[in-house]
Design a protein around this ligand. Structure first.
Ligand code: HEC
Length: 95
């Protein structure tokens, strides 16, 4: 009887762990999808005002945004994709 109980407890613990694993895995997928879905303007608004006033898209030329994007990518710890989205947004407003 005792061992049966232990077995049951063990099985339900495994069940809970599996369930939590699935939930955590699913939510991390949703999270990374969210980041991937963010638009240039959104990323710009969220990241480019953390350290200074948000720079106006018209303040610099398309070429200048290219260079600034590279500098700020390393400062803001942005991925290549995020940086490209922000830079193309800033350039599209400019031209
Ligand atoms: C971690 C802090 C930090 C974040 C985040 C950040 N910047 Fe900066 N930024 C700085 C600092 C510090 C300077 C001034 C020194 C320099 O020019 O490198 C600066 C300067 C600038 C300048 C002025 C450059 C010049 O030549 O006058 C622009 C434009 C700029 N940032 C744009 C951006 C954009 C766009 C983003 C978002 C992708 C961003 N920054 C995110 C720290 C940051």
């Amino acid at each position: 009887m005792k061992t049966k109980n232990l077995k049951l407890k063990f099985m339900s613990a495994v069940g809970v762990a599996l369930f939590l694993g699935v939930v955590i895995f699913a939510s991390s997928c949703v999270e990374s999808q969210k980041v991937a879905m963010k638009s240039g303007p959104q990323l710009w608004a969220e990241n480019c005002q953390r350290c200074h006033n948000i720079p106006s898209p018209t303040a610099f030329s398309a070429d200048q945004w290219e260079t600034i994007g590279l500098h700020m990518q390393s400062r803001a710890l942005l991925t290549e994709k995020e940086k490209n989205k922000i830079v193309s947004f800033l350039q599209s407003v400019n031209q």
